[in-house]
Design a protein around this ligand. Structure first.
Ligand SMILES: [Fe+2]
Length: 292
């Protein structure tokens, strides 16, 4: 395993953790490590295994679920079957939230749960545009959903029934990444963020932080020389494993694998123990001004 990953033996989604373990987990995550629970499995009930098929999605690569209003998107399943896969995803949403609350009590009052997704399509060989190609190293940010400095903390579980691992590559630390690409990042033109919002191209007004992160994402993915030659480690997350990381900070690429559940959480930078490690603060330091 890469030195960027710390493995933990936990097997129970409702486990309680020692203060030392909680503190170490918090520090590791904020420093840009991946917390890996190789034996923390998310189990599907007998009749839920019928959802382990790439044919349940439309053109999208995943089924998407909102735990707040139980809305499901992206599937061709019948209404009844969609309701059942919603139950599965609701369980995953609750399991991951419980895990994070117990593991990271500092974040408890500040975490906002985003969408849950199920990804039943094999990643390797999937045809897509370079910008949407997640087999290329990148950091996460969302073109239509501005983060305005909030962190993206994600939990992943590999539920592959054949025991196939999920293959990732993990790149250089965020400060190095930011230093490399910062000279290329341009400020937005006056009124740009307001215009995009008025045209309904963004759900809220983008901040300058979003503008910088989107450029960083694109410059990384566009640069084939960087993709090939940048410092990186290959990782395998075995079936039955779960892992957590800040995907806005850890340079990552998912290169192969099928059947994965993912849960997104958002966190304000102010709730972190060490805000200086956040992409927002690192970019602000380089820009010499406030970005969100
Ligand atoms: Fe990503």
């Amino acid at each position: 395993m890469s030195p960027l990953v710390c493995e933990t033996p936990e097997t129970d989604w409702k486990a309680s953790f020692s203060r030392e373990f909680q503190q170490a987990s918090l520090q590791h995550l904020e420093e840009g490590f991946i917390l890996f629970f190789p034996n923390l499995s998310f189990h599907l009930t007998g009749d839920e295994t019928e959802f382990l098929s790439p044919h349940i999605v439309r053109k999208s690569k995943n089924v998407s679920y909102s735990v707040s209003n139980r809305e499901i998107k992206g599937t061709v399943l019948t209404k009844q079957a969609a309701f059942r896969i919603g139950n599965l995803m609701h369980r995953f949403a609750e399991s991951t939230r419980g895990l994070l609350y117990n593991l990271l009590p500092r974040y408890r009052g500040s975490l906002k749960q985003g969408r849950t997704s199920f990804r039943p399509v094999e990643i390797a060989g999937r045809l897509t545009s370079w910008r949407k190609d997640d087999t290329r190293l990148h950091v996460d940010c969302f073109p239509s959903t501005p983060l305005r400095g909030r962190r993206i903390l994600r939990a992943f579980s590999n539920v592959n029934p054949a025991g196939c691992p999920r293959h990732w590559r993990v790149g250089e630390p965020f400060p190095d990444l930011a230093e490399r690409f910062f000279p290329k990042l341009k400020t937005s033109f006056p009124g740009m963020h307001t215009l995009l919002h008025l045209l309904c191209l963004t759900r809220a007004k983008r901040s300058e932080y979003d503008h910088y992160m989107l450029q960083l994402h694109d410059y990384m993915k566009q640069d084939l020389d960087y993709q090939k030659n940048a410092r990186q480690d290959a990782l395998e997350f075995p079936a039955g494993g779960t892992w957590l990381l800040y995907t806005d900070q850890v340079s990552h690429a998912a290169t192969a694998g099928q059947f994965q559940l993912e849960q997104t959480f958002y966190l304000p930078v102010s709730a972190m123990e060490r805000p200086a490690t956040s992409p927002l603060r690192i970019l602000e330091k380089m820009a010499g001004r406030c970005l969100a």
